[in-house]
Design a protein around this ligand. Structure first.
Ligand code: BDR
Ligand code: CA
Length: 315
């Protein structure tokens, strides 16, 4: 089967970076049309730099990286250096990468790529605030027809929020954008905290990656060692949740995950619950189903997949 065409839209972020490596490790499964950076975990100049740095680490000079929106659609940017460090991908050697930044704006790249694509042929993989994707849909609504599905990390139901009591970070940072995306009419696969909090980077799992001998695996371990500090203290868990790699893992091995079709609506009015994802898991409304809510995963197999794919890198 031909590789699935994907656009990675991200705000690296250690977990975005590991997701990028996972995608880059799997060219037979995933054809990366482009990597679009958005402001989120850290400001845009750092997220686009980090995406390029990860291309360097994964030795993929062929990949194009685009910088997108610097601010959410309507609200001021909220960042998360307290989780990810001042650089977003702290834990590895940070430098200005050789890998170039494309001149074209990420939103224009998304519009142009989807406009030229066959109906239902491109999968969007957003792992940050949904500002770039929503902007593209606002700019050229017809591009929706080219979207095969949107496999995103965002939202929370049973777990509650991780940056407010009600909201998960990616949705909270740009709730208006999230609403546009959830209402766009194309298939949405939402991997929120209910599933990502089951994917814990325990020391035994990280040690299996540590045993690999290549640059991508070493970078993954460096980032995980840093990332683990904050979340293990916050949650009292044995490792940090590896949120964003759930998206590409879902594309590579959907059988590892369990999901349910339902309606998901995004709160954009209440300051108290801004960015809350109202997941109608039990069908208590008659709202049309607009998403698959992923709520379970085989975490051991997830880490088995990640480790096996990281082992594919050479050098
Ligand atoms: C999400 O927020 C970011 O901090 C992570 O990169 C992930 O995308 C988890 O809530
Ligand atoms: Ca992210």
């Amino acid at each position: 089967m031909a590789a699935r065409k994907v656009i990675l839209d991200c705000d690296p972020g250690q977990d975005d970076a590991i997701n990028q490596l996972l995608a880059m490790s799997s060219p037979d499964d995933l054809e990366i049309l482009g990597i679009t950076a958005v402001a989120g975990n850290v400001p845009l100049p750092l997220t686009q730099r980090n995406a390029r740095l990860i291309c360097d680490i994964g030795a993929r000079p062929d990949l194009r990286v685009f910088a997108g929106r610097e601010e959410p659609l309507q609200r001021p940017l909220v960042t998360a250096e307290y989780v990810h460090g001042a650089n977003g991908i702290d834990g590895i050697d940070i430098y200005e990468p050789d890998h170039p930044l494309q001149e074209q704006h990420a939103v224009d790249f998304i519009v142009e790529t989807l406009s030229a694509a066959k109906a239902g042929s491109v999968t969007l993989v957003p792992t940050g605030p949904l500002t770039n994707i929503a902007s593209a849909l606002q700019k050229a609504p017809d591009i929706a027809q080219s979207i095969e599905s949107i496999v995103l990390m965002g939202g929370a139901m049973r777990e509650g929020g991780n940056c407010t009591p009600s909201a998960e970070f990616n949705i909270y940072v740009d709730p208006q954008a999230a609403k546009i995306v959830f209402d766009c009419g194309r298939p949405i696969i939402a991997l929120g905290l209910d599933v990502t909090h089951k994917v814990l980077a325990t020391s035994a799992r990280v040690d299996r990656i540590r045993a690999l001998d290549n640059r991508a695996a070493s970078a993954t371990v460096g980032m995980l060692d840093f990332f683990n500090r904050y979340d293990t203290a916050k949650y009292g868990s044995l490792g940090s949740p590896l949120h964003d790699p759930c998206t590409c893992a879902y594309l590579l091995a959907p059988e590892l995950f369990t999901e349910k079709s339902c309606n998901i609506s995004v709160e954009v009015d209440s300051e108290l619950t801004m960015g809350h994802t109202a997941v109608d898991y039990w069908n208590v409304t008659d709202k049309a189903h607009n998403a698959m809510w992923v709520h379970d995963v085989d975490a051991d197999q997830f880490f088995g997949l990640l480790t096996e794919r990281l082992a594919r890198f050479t050098g």
